[in-house]
Design a protein around this ligand. Structure first.
Ligand code: NAP
Length: 340
């Protein structure tokens, strides 16, 4: 039996899963499977979940080289295709890691080789900050090579991302962990505009201004940590963090619909218009099934809109480039790009 037994009596027809239309006309499944094992779920377990998820109807997989499991996921993707799913029926994303901003083409080729694919549907610049930090390092650790956002440098990386599209290795390119001031510059200077922005989005961190900006500028918002990342590594936790799945509003809506609070978060995300990419090795059937069934009512959507706490869970402390800085510097909270 698969690791995921909860939440689904029969597979969902992938064609019935809602899709987001990108500016190229391509259609991206409006819910995907996250694949970051948060340092405690092994590559083999994630790869097994990818196969299990495909069997119950997932077609969208959010990968990244830094998750350290693309080779194992590649074997699953190959098996899924050997089982009859066509490559065009899959949506596979990967991401350029922070220490490879000057090595875009080779990094993409490495992800393609690991994932056993000829092309990616989407390739993202994972973070807009070049740096190197060893996997699993403490939040207080700072990298000597850490750099702030310098637009000219980001655009050098972006030119290579554009080249990947020209080369046919990648169908779409996008950004992640960006802010409005940074995106404005990229949109001004890009030859091939970002098709998506991947960003933290859950009921306690709704980012309404950035969400609106992304949509109004023709990008699709992809929402990470859609459940509030209950399994995130210890280094990504602070005492101020809250859990959307424990919010009384979410708990009450879950009770009413007889579903898990996590599934309420997924329903809300899809109905609001973002593409959630929940990670799961045990509960992924329920998350996909959540897209179907009784929708949340207008009143329930309004209740959830009202519980935003502006509670960012993934603060990115290790990417700071100067001693004494607070993580807010990464997020341009005063509306301007934080100066070097
Ligand atoms: N672009 C970026 O910088 C960035 C940053 C962070 C994350 N991401 C992406 O976003 C994905 C999702 O974020 P995340 O993994 O941090 O957090 P998440 O999806 O919010 O939460 C995942 C956790 O929720 C549990 N869960 C999932 N569905 C559940 C359900 N129906 N009932 C109960 N528990 C449930 C999972 O446990 P089980 O496994 O036991 O089901 C897992 O521990 C990542 O895997 C990654 O692909 C991207």
């Amino acid at each position: 039996m698969s690791t995921a037994s909860k939440g689904l009596s029969e597979p969902i027809n992938p064609a019935a899963v809602p899709r987001r239309r990108l500016y190229t006309g391509a259609a991206m499944p409006a819910v995907g499977l996250g694949t970051f094992g948060s340092d405690h779920v092994t590559p083999a377990q994630v790869a097994e979940a990818v196969k299990g998820a495909a069997a119950v109807g997932y077609r969208h997989f959010d990968c990244a080289s830094v998750y350290g499991n693309e080779a194992e996921i590649g074997a699953s993707l190959e098996a899924i295709q050997a089982g009859g799913v066509k490559r065009e029926g899959l949506w596979v994303t990967s991401k350029l890691w922070n220490d490879k901003h000057n090595d875009v083409i080779a990094s993409c080729r490495k992800s393609l080789a690991d994932l056993r694919l000829d092309y990616l549907d989407l390739y993202l610049v994972h973070w807009p900050f070049p740096n190197f930090h060893p996997p699993g390092c403490d939040v207080t650790s700072r990298s000597a090579s850490a750099k702030p956002y310098i637009h000219e440098n980001y655009m050098k990386t972006w030119r290579k991302m554009e080249e990947l599209v020209d080369m046919g290795l990648v169908r779409h390119i996008g950004t992640s962990n960006m802010t409005i001031p940074k995106l404005k510059l990229v949109l001004r200077d890009a030859r091939i505009k970002p098709a998506v922005n991947e960003m933290e989005l859950h009921p306690h961190f709704q980012q309404p201004d950035l969400f609106k900006f992304v949509v109004e500028n023709g990008m699709q918002p992809i929402g990470y940590c859609p459940i509030g990342s209950p399994g995130r590594p210890e280094r990504d936790r602070t005492p101020e963090d809250t859990a959307p799945t424990e919010d009384p509003v979410i708990v009450e809506i879950a009770r009413r619909h007889a579903i898990h609070p996590a599934v309420v978060c997924i329903k809300w995300a899809v109905q609001r218009g973002q593409t959630p990419i929940p990670f799961s090795i045990h509960n992924y059937p329920a998350n996909l099934a959540g897209v179907f069934g009784t929708p949340l009512t207008g009143e329930e959507m309004r209740e959830i809109a009202a519980i935003d706490r502006n509670c960012r869970l993934i603060k990115g402390q290790v990417f700071l480039w100067k001693d004494g800085q607070s993580w807010e510097a990464l997020w341009d909270t005063d509306g301007e790009i934080t100066p070097p």
